[in-house]
Design a binder for this molecule. Structure first.
Ligand SMILES: Nc1nc2c(ncn2[C@@H]2O[C@H](COP(=O)(O)OP(=O)(O)OP(=O)(O)O)[C@@H](O)[C@H]2O)c(=O)[nH]1
Ligand SMILES: [Zn+2]
Length: 349
């Protein structure tokens, strides 16, 4: 049995399932996450599911976009979260260095910036690095073209910050470019819009979903408290194909891992490969190809500086994280040696 109602369900996921699971109605996709409750779309309809504490302990909590397997029965319980193909994550708010996955199995991330403020290359680089880290395809979307002082210059600036990323111009107000973005979600890809407050994400989302402009989308599903409006991350089918994840908390992505950095700075990496020293800091070392490229106007000094800052930030994060892991390991060994001492005391008695 195929699952046409499970947008984005394909071979990557079906190969993780047994034949029985595939034929059951117990495979679904999480479509709404309200913090404490999770709504899952199954072939036989939407059901709120129970998420066992075991998954929390394993750090495998399902989020919007995840494909899950549930146990049968009136209260469906998630027994398994399928391996994610991609994800969108940020550091948990509040500065703790814990990763928070905002949405799973996202194919395309629209990185939105408003042309009233102009593209912000440094912010673009930071966001793109976070997107690349989760494996999704980024697309830069410049909104409010009517507010641009110089549209061509703005486009050039955005392209320079992300040589390998497509740049689109779109407006949810006039409808310009909306069809182009919608086409990127067909036939059944999952997209998400990220970007600073006021950039035009809600306006674009409404245009893509073909719904009335509104600040908060009413949640159509109901739970035991009845239909209500809430701030949840939610997956909406897009007319014409695909889906869009919408909801709070997807504003400013903070970096999580370094794997996205190289993809964002491919041009710099290519130049740095020609530095005489492999660990060149592009400071005072002789034979530095990067300094040469800056002097020759082939790369922007601000872009090199941005890369240096992001790399440093990642190194600090990694250090903090490893510090935490080392502490946990010490505690574990303390507990083990204490238990051993107790054991040997008891034996000695
Ligand atoms: N001039 C102009 N204004 C636009 C355009 N698109 C959106 N806006 C306006 O920009 C303002 C912010 O748009 P939103 O869609 O609410 O922005 P947002 O990114 O969702 O903001 P948050 O919800 O705070 O994250 C609104 O007043 C929109 O009407 C556009 O193409 N041109
Ligand atoms: Zn160098």
């Amino acid at each position: 049995m195929v699952h046409p109602e499970l947008i984005g369900f394909g071979p990557f996921f079906s190969s993780q399932l047994s034949l029985e699971e595939l034929q059951s109605s117990l495979v679904g996709r999480a479509v709404a996450d309200r913090g404490r409750s999770l709504l899952v779309r199954f072939p036989d309809g939407d059901h709120p599911v129970v998420v066992p504490g075991r998954l929390r302990a394993e750090g495998a909590l399902p989020v919007v976009g995840d494909f899950v397997v549930a146990s049968p029965g009136p209260a469906r319980t998630v027994t398994r979260v399928l391996e994610r193909r991609t994800w969108l994550s940020r550091n948990a708010a509040g500065g703790a260095t814990a990763e928070q996955v905002l949405a799973a199995n996202v194919d395309v991330v629209f990185v939105v910036q408003g042309l009233d403020e102009g593209p912000n290359p440094r912010r673009l680089e930071r966001t793109l690095a976070a997107v690349h880290a989760g494996g999704a395809e980024p697309v830069i979307v410049l909104t409010k073209p009517d507010r641009a002082e110089d549209l061509a210059a703005a486009l050039a600036e955005a392209r320079a910050a992300a040589p390998a990323v497509e740049v689109e111009v779109a407006s949810g107000l006039t409808g310009e470019g909306v069809a182009v973005l919608a086409a990127r979600l067909r036939p059944d890809r999952t997209g998400v819009l990220v970007g600073p407050s006021g950039a035009g994400k809600s306006t674009l989302t409404n245009a893509l979903l073909g719904r009335e402009a509104q600040r908060t989308a009413p949640v159509r599903a109901s739970d035991d408290r009845g239909v209500h409006t809430t701030s949840a991350r939610e997956l909406f089918p897009v007319p014409g194909g695909g889906a869009l994840v919408d909801g709070p908390g997807i504003r400013e992505l903070r970096l999580w891992d370094a794997s996205g950095l190289d993809a964002t700075f491919e041009d710099l990496a290519a130049i740095a490969a020609r530095c005489r020293f492999r660990d060149c800091s592009h400071g005072a070392e002789p034979g530095c190809a990067v300094r040469e490229a800056i002097a020759g106007g082939r790369i922007d000094a601000a872009r090199v500086e941005s890369h240096r800052k992001l790399a440093l930030e990642l190194a600090r994060q990694a250090e903090r994280r490893e510090g935490g892991a080392a502490r946990a390991e010490r505690e574990r060994w303390k507990a083990v040696s204490k238990a051993l001492r107790r054991l040997s005391r008891e034996r000695g008695r």
